[in-house]
Design a protein around this ligand. Structure first.
Ligand code: ADP
Length: 208
């Protein structure tokens, strides 16, 4: 049990083990965590991977930065503390969905190493696969793409603490996969992710 959990709470075991659930449902859960600058391609790649997995009949679900900030994390801002809490909650949700048998595709800037490491630890403690993927693109290219006009706003001083401009981004030191989107088309990124998922045993070797 979590040492931080309040007293008088009891963890209730269900009647179904993870293996029983996954076997009965024909699935295997785990989390693919995409990290990178705004505009690096996380959401685009996440949506393409999700579509490909679902096309193959695999339960996959995206957790995406802006979407989560509309609901679950609408009370959080962009200070380092709020960013840490943002990632902590998302990691907990990812773990629950993975436990339920989903391949979770989390796409968040998640600029701090310690926050991403905490997300990995949370999965490791639960014996769940966690694949950290660095969506790597130079800041200049992200700024040129600027799909949401955020770099323009940040440069104009209308947006404070924007990652890559006036807030830090800490690249992963030892990611499970690096996708350089300056060179790699979206479909090739999806292929590499599928390869990685096969290696992790979350996707069958042969496409149906
Ligand atoms: P993020 O989620 O990291 O903020 P988005 O996926 O929203 O990034 O935006 C990336 C932009 O870059 C999109 O407009 C996408 O079409 C474009 N893009 C161009 N080439 C690529 C590529 N090879 N991989 C991913 N995105 C690309």
């Amino acid at each position: 049990m979590d040492a931080r959990a309040p007293a008088n709470l009891t963890w209730h075991e269900g009647r179904v083990t993870r293996e029983e659930r996954w076997r009965a449902l024909g699935c295997r859960g785990g989390t693919v965590w995409l990290t990178g600058l705004s505009g690096s391609g996380k959401s685009t790649i996440a949506a393409a991977l999700e579509a490909e997995l679902v096309r193959r009949g695999i339960s996959a679900y995206r957790l995406d930065g802006d979407n989560i900030r509309h609901g679950l994390n609408r009370d959080l801002g962009f200070s380092a503390a709020d960013r840490a809490e943002n990632i902590r909650r998302i990691a907990e949700v990812a773990r629950l969905l993975a436990e339920a048998g989903c391949i979770v595709i989390a796409s968040f800037i998640s600029p701090y190493r310690t926050d991403r490491e905490a997300a990995r630890r949370l999965h490791a403690e639960a014996g769940l696969t966690f694949i950290e993927v660095f969506i790597d693109a130079p800041t200049a290219l992200c700024e040129q793409r600027d799909p949401k006009g955020l770099y323009r706003k940040a440069r104009a001083g209308e947006l404070a603490a924007f990652t890559g401009i006036d807030a830090p981004y800490e690249p992963p030191i030892n990611p499970d996969l690096v996708l350089r989107t300056a060179e790699l088309p979206v479909e090739a990124s999806v292929e590499r992710l599928l390869d990685r998922l096969r290696k992790a045993g979350l996707v069958q070797a042969a496409a149906p």
